[in-house]
Design a protein around this ligand. Sequence first.
Ligand code: SAM
Length: 213
Amino acid sequence: MLQINPEIEKYIIDHTSDEDPVLAELNRRTHLDTVYPQMLAGKMQGRFLEFISRMICPENILEIGTFTGYSAICLAKGLKQNGRLHTIEINDELIPFAAGFFKKAEQTDRITQLSGDARKIIPELNITFDLVYIDAEKSDYCEYYKLVIEKVRPGGWIITDNVLWGEKILEKPASTDPSTRGIIEFNELVSQDNRVENLILPVRDGVMLIRKK
Ligand SMILES: C[S@@+](CC[C@H](N)C(=O)[O-])C[C@H]1O[C@@H](n2cnc3c(N)ncnc32)[C@H](O)[C@@H]1O
């Protein structure tokens, strides 16, 4: 995560609308029941994703990396009426956990959970997406991007999390660190791809907004 003055962080949290009760419970349960609760988007990033989704008002969203479902619920809030979010998770133990919260958030009818490896599932999806959120294995970011870019409509969006990767993008990655290498290669790939325009924002661990021309 990027270092931010703790007083400023507290100020931001205190002056951002509260989590809705279902997201607050999901946040709490994730911290009690999972091994890496820090993977969850959380209040600030969740609101950010919700607001972006509400601005775009997408018909079809793809999320790569469901985890316990926090960001999926946030993104689904911005869907068009009759819109749908497809979310892919490789760890099948997380599927029922997330499903329970999709039900509590009354989003079951709008969310399709796909269990398995996104690299195998994405090529089978015959859907054009208005918005894609990439938040899974960092060493595979380039692969996800190459698979989804053709499925995003012109004028559509890709949002990618962790692109500053705790500032490790400034270092030469060790051979034992495929995640840092993956993020650096992804940032290079996108910034040199003339099919898209992109912007990196220093939100939490770095968020990239990509617009397909
Ligand atoms: C950072 S977490 C996602 C957090 C979630 N988007 C949120 O904000 O609440 C990353 C998730 O991606 C999943 N994952 C990793 N590799 C994957 C793959 N190849 N296909 C699908 N899911 C994958 C992991 O099991 C993990 O649950």
